[in-house]
Ligand binder design. Structure first.
Ligand SMILES: *Cc1c(COP(=O)(O)O)cnc(C)c1O
Length: 381
């Protein structure tokens, strides 16, 4: 039996090696390594793909979130509502601009913000809602935008794991005020290094993000605000432009992989499979199941020991699965000052003990998936 990794980027590279080499060599020969035509043309193609009038590239998904919050003048004294079940970058951006993240529990089926609980977290200080389309699964944007409009709040979407996902036929990142994307290599559209972008239909927001990411400058050597240096370099833009041409195919392949897992894993007691909302099109950045602790589990043992045992047993068979995320953000040491306790968000806390992301990438074969499922079934007995 061969080892199966959670993701195989080198394998994907081989399928586009010639196209990438040509694009990279072009940039090397051009003498233009920061900015220039290739960055502009990638931004235009990315905006067209998402279905917005503006895309502004930057250095990372984390920067995209930071720049989006700054562009909406969110800062000290403001509150931003978000999910505790996400990568730290989401809440970190809120804290970095000086605002306070206010967490709301998640829905166990979608792993996303429970929109029914958002209203009760809104205070006089709330300025925005920052939903995350976790694992590639879109948030119910219709309901979320309705809550936001009712309370006159901005919405910034964390689309880092969901490039190409759609809600009611519209791509995520085109429905709210600002979409924030990451081109980290493991994301659905990944660069060969760091990269990110914001998307918006608001010309003013796009111009403000552009000013902030260029040292607070709209015209050279004239600085109106304290900004940052946050660029997508020309090599990454060239690589992303090539990969953008393959993204729809890869996302379709991912949904085929997800459908095969669904078949192979139904019915299997002791686990819960990921579920999509009828109006949502997931792009399956992760295929994340929940491993339910057996009834007779020793309650005095570590609470997540069963999931971790399953993971270890699969690893012994050469199958690497991942735990995204073991600790919800409200229980992280860095957020102890916010005053949350164990029990503050029971669903997020429970899910953190149960989640297991199985190998997921477009090139994963049926045979490999059968091996994954075989190892999982074996580990569950
Ligand atoms: C990857 C990720 C980010 C940050 O993106 P970087 O490009 O790594 O800075 C933010 N939010 C979520 C949900 C992510 O998965």
């Amino acid at each position: 039996m061969n080892n199966i990794p959670p993701i195989d980027l080198a394998q994907q590279y081989k399928t586009i090696e010639e196209e990438i080499s040509a694009a990279v060599l072009n940039v090397l020969a051009s003498g233009r390594y920061i900015g220039g035509n290739i960055v502009e043309s990638f931004e235009q193609k990315f905006a067209a793909y998402i279905g917005v009038s503006h895309a502004v590239s930057c250095n990372s998904g984390s920067d995209a979130l930071y720049l989006a919050l700054r562009a909406l003048s969110i800062g000290a004294g403001d509150e931003v509502i978000t999910t505790p079940f996400t990568f730290i970058a989401t809440a970190e951006a809120i804290s970095t601009v000086g605002a306070t993240p206010v967490f709301v529990d998640i829905d166990a089926q979608t792993f996303n913000l429970d929109i029914n609980q958002v209203s009760s977290a809104i205070t006089g200080k709330t300025k925005a809602i920052l939903p995350v389309h976790l694992f590639g699964q879109p948030v119910d944007m219709t309901s979320l935008m309705a809550v936001a409009q009712k309370h006159n709040l901005a919405v910034i979407e964390d689309c880092a794991q969901a490039t190409g996902a759609a809600w009611e036929e519209r791509k995520i990142g085109s429905i709210s005020h600002i979409g924030c994307f990451s081109f980290f290599p493991t994301k659905n559209l990944g660069a060969f290094g760091d990269g990110g972008a914001i998307t918006t239909n608001d010309r003013q927001i796009a111009a403000t993000v552009r000013m902030l990411k260029e040292h607070g400058s709209r015209s050279r050597y004239y600085h109106e605000e304290i900004g940052v240096n946050s660029r997508l370099d020309a090599l990454q833009a060239a690589i992303l432009q090539v990969k953008l041409g393959h993204l729809e195919t890869w996302n379709i392949q991912r949904s085929q992989v997800a459908a095969r897992y669904q078949n192979l894993l139904t019915p299997l007691p002791g686990i819960v499979l990921p579920q999509s909302l009828p109006s949502g099109k997931s792009v399956w950045n992760q295929y994340t199941i929940r491993i339910l602790a057996p009834e007779n589990q020793d309650k005095t043992s570590e609470p997540n020991s069963w999931r971790d045992q399953v993971r270890t047993k699969m690893q012994q068979q050469g199958i690497t699965s991942m735990v995204y995320y073991p600790i919800p953000l409200h229980l992280q040491p860095v957020y102890q000052n916010l005053g949350y306790q164990p029990g503050s968000f029971p669903v997020a806390e429970q899910v953190c003990q149960e989640v297991l992301s199985l190998p997921m990438f477009p090139e994963l074969t049926q045979e490999q998936q059968e091996q994954v499922v075989y190892a999982l079934k074996d580990a569950l007995v």
